[in-house]
Design a protein around this ligand. Structure first.
Ligand code: IPD
Length: 272
């Protein structure tokens, strides 16, 4: 690579913070549903599309030879070996309802057969939550920061006292499975939170606010940057290669000593 992960992080930070400020402005003007995707609950707003256009234009200016994959349909090939994975607004339903937990998520990834994110590994990433004024960022091997200060996971090792975040997808089939997962977990954990933005939840885990997170059916743009931030904050991620259920990727994140118990309880695995 002709660039360091730290330099890539700097690019992600600059773009995420400027586009984040822009989507907050657009929210003030007013937002409505522009389209629905996989189901009636899977919405997209004009701001999602505008934000993706802005991120893509800025990335192409900064890094013209890189590939770009974006939630709202961007698929630009590249020659450098780096693929940017972009969620212009993670937490679109919150954004629509004017709830504050939404984020711009930008990750630089490289090919890695063993990795998540459809065979890519994030080496740099930024998640900016404009309504909270919170910028989370990390590069591989460099630790994770919130607004410039180093962060670390809580270190919680017991599920019974762990505050666990999760999220729900948009199709009825997915939600039936997710309801079953919640029914197995809720009696066994301290409590469950669902903020509406997987990127924000994973960053909350990285900052030690949540003790664990899981979701079935996340897409690479939802977690590419935030999963790197979790790892750099000391957390472990179990990805789809570890999933014992067929179908879409299942992601578990927690302290390395907690993540397997989390997975076993959520999946209803027999306890030893
Ligand atoms: C969604 C959010 C949500 C998660 C969904 C995602 P979007 O992303 O991250 O928390 O539960 O699975 O699709 O659609 O707002 O970018």
């Amino acid at each position: 690579l002709n660039v360091s992960p730290e330099q890539l992080t700097r690019i992600a930070i600059d773009i995420a913070t400027s586009v984040g400020a822009r989507i907050m402005e657009l929210r003030e003007i007013g937002v409505s549903v522009a389209d629905r995707k996989s189901s009636i609950t899977d919405v997209v707003t004009a701001a999602d599309r505008e934000a993706e256009r802005l991120v893509v234009a800025a990335l192409q200016e900064a890094r013209p030879d890189d590939a770009i994959l974006g939630e709202e349909g961007t698929g630009i090939p590249g020659t450098s070996g780096i693929t940017w994975v972009v969620d212009p607004i993670d937490g679109t339903v919150n954004y629509l309802h004017n709830l504050p937990a939404y984020a711009v998520s930008i990750a630089a990834t490289v090919a890695d057969d063993a990795a998540m994110a459809d065979g890519r590994r994030a080496i740099a990433g930024a998640v900016f939550c404009p309504r909270f004024g919170e910028l989370y960022e990390a590069w591989e091997g460099g630790g994770a920061r919130l607004n410039g200060t180093a962060i670390a996971i809580s270190g919680a090792t017991e599920l019974a006292t762990a505050l666990v975040g999760t999220g729900f997808g948009y199709t009825v089939e997915r939600r039936i499975e997710q309801a079953e997962m919640v029914s197995r977990l809720l009696p066994r954990a301290s409590d469950i939170r669902r903020s509406g933005s997987a990127a924000y939840d994973l960053c909350s885990l990285a900052a030690g606010r949540l003790d664990a997170y899981y979701e079935r059916g996340l897409q690479p743009w939802d977690y590419a940057a935030a999963a790197l931030i979790v790892r750099e904050a000391g957390g472990a991620i179990l990805g789809r290669d570890d999933a014992t259920m067929p179908g879409e990727p299942l992601l578990f994140a927690a302290d390395p000593r907690l993540v397997h118990e989390l997975r076993d309880v959520v999946l209803g695995a027999p306890t030893a």
